[in-house]
Write a protein that binds this ligand. Structure first.
Ligand code: PMP
Ligand code: GLN
Length: 378
């Protein structure tokens, strides 16, 4: 059979997590916490199950949860999203991304992606017949030159995918980036898919520049969020999408046929839990403390630290130490040193290798300490 995705192999997250397991390594590759979520949240979901919330949820999600999300977005970004018409609960950020793309990308449409980029974007665009226009960012600071972005525009440019805080680089969009984005897209039909799953994981008192903050951008944006990051529950695969009514109408046409609706008791439990927003108020402080600890320890190794302003990923470069490709380096680290990471070339369409590795620091202090103890020996 002719492959619809020739050249695409198993995702790097699965590959590295499996290698970590095979070699009983400390797994700092795939991004997920190694500690549990709040027991009150588990209780809230269990209560929902016990009280019979076990059949299909409404196609767009439980109203109580959509209302809470609309309130949260209004409070944080001053944007009004109508809970009935402009908020949809999804099976994680991944489905929201896929559904948003499916609702508007067709053969020949060009999509600008900033690389290194989360690995689901490009294959999803290609599956739909779209063309990926990668803009390669480079370490150490992975800054965007918006005049270069403009050079990628053509009459077929349909969408720009943004991700801030960014996986894998930990970089964030600034107010100036948002202003440039407005300048470049005003008066065009270009849509934005804004992957904001790490919106709360932002450090040093910086502000998250959500597309929701800017009316000129909001009106053309699908915004994607994930409860996996907000609640330390990546395995629950629940998230949501925000979009203005006209875009959301198209989103839901696809959503109703690719999943219809998502996990009812978890939606009910999350809604009950999130009634008190203080449950996630300390999230950035919680992760900042982990980032600071991890960076301070890594500074004692021979790796070079790259900046980390957000997300739960810390990148390091090692080009000053050897000539190894990042995939080779990651393999050596997991097999011989017992620490799994992600080679960042996996996030470039062309496999560009800057000899950078990504570590996830959403881990217990003792896990991070043990991992760095091993990395010290490299
Ligand atoms: N976008 C980015 C940037 C991610 O890192 C992830 C990983 N979780 C996702 C989307 C997908 O989120 P979810 O697990 O909720 O599908
Ligand atoms: N978002 C996580 C990461 O970047 C994992 C996602 C996945 O396993 N698909 O590591």
């Amino acid at each position: 059979m002719l492959s619809k995705l020739p050249g695409v192999a198993t995702t790097i997250f699965t590959v590295m997590s499996r290698l970590a397991e095979d070699h009983q390594a400390i797994n700092l590759s795939q991004g997920f916490p190694d500690y549990d979520c709040d027991p009150l949240l588990v209780e809230a979901v269990s209560d929902a199950m016990r009280s019979g919330a076990n059949q299909y949820a409404p196609m767009t999600g439980l109203p109580v949860l959509r209302e809470l999300i609309a309130e949260k977005t209004k409070r944080l970004y001053g944007a009004h999203y109508h809970p009935e018409k402009e908020v949809t609960i999804t099976a994680g950020g991944t489905q929201a991304i896929f559904t948003a793309l499916s609702s508007c990308i067709g053969p020949g449409d060009e999509v600008i992606i900033f690389e290194p980029a989360y690995d689901s974007y490009a294959p999803a665009v290609r599956l739909l017949g779209g063309l990926v226009k990668p803009y390669e960012l480079t370490p150490p600071d992975y800054q965007i030159d918006w005049d270069m972005v403009k050079k990628l525009f053509s009459v077929n440019t349909k969408m720009i995918i943004l991700n801030s805080p960014q996986n894998p680089t930990g970089c964030i969009l600034s107010k100036e980036d948002a202003a440039q984005l407005i300048r470049l897209t005003m008066g065009t039909d270009i849509l934005i898919l804004s992957d904001e799953v790490y919106e709360h994981l932002i450090y040093d008192g910086q502000q998250h520049h959500s597309m929701a903050l800017y009316p000129e951008l909001r009106e053309r944006s699908f915004i994607v969020a994930s409860f996996g990051k907000l609640l330390h529950t990546t395995g629950w695969k629940l998230g949501y999408c925000l979009a203005p009514e006209q875009l959301m109408r198209e989103f839901r046409k696809v959503h109703q046929f690719n999943v219809f609706s998502v996990n009812t008791p978890m939606q009910a439990g999350i809604a009950a839990y999130l009634k008190d927003p203080s449950v996630y108020a300390g999230l950035s402080g919680f992760f900042q403390q982990k980032r600071d600890l991890f960076r301070a320890m890594l500074a004692e190794t021979r790796f070079k630290l790259l900046p980390c302003q957000g997300s739960y990923f810390q990148c390091v470069s090692y080009g000053h130490l050897n000539e190894l490709k990042d995939k080779e380096m990651a393999t050596i680290l997991v097999k011989e040193h017992g620490v799994a990471s992600i080679p960042v070339s996996a996030f470039y369409t062309k496999g560009t290798d800057h000899q950078v590795l990504r570590f996830c620091f959403a881990k217990k202090q003792e896990t991070l300490e043990k991992a760095v103890e091993r990395l010290m020996k490299f």
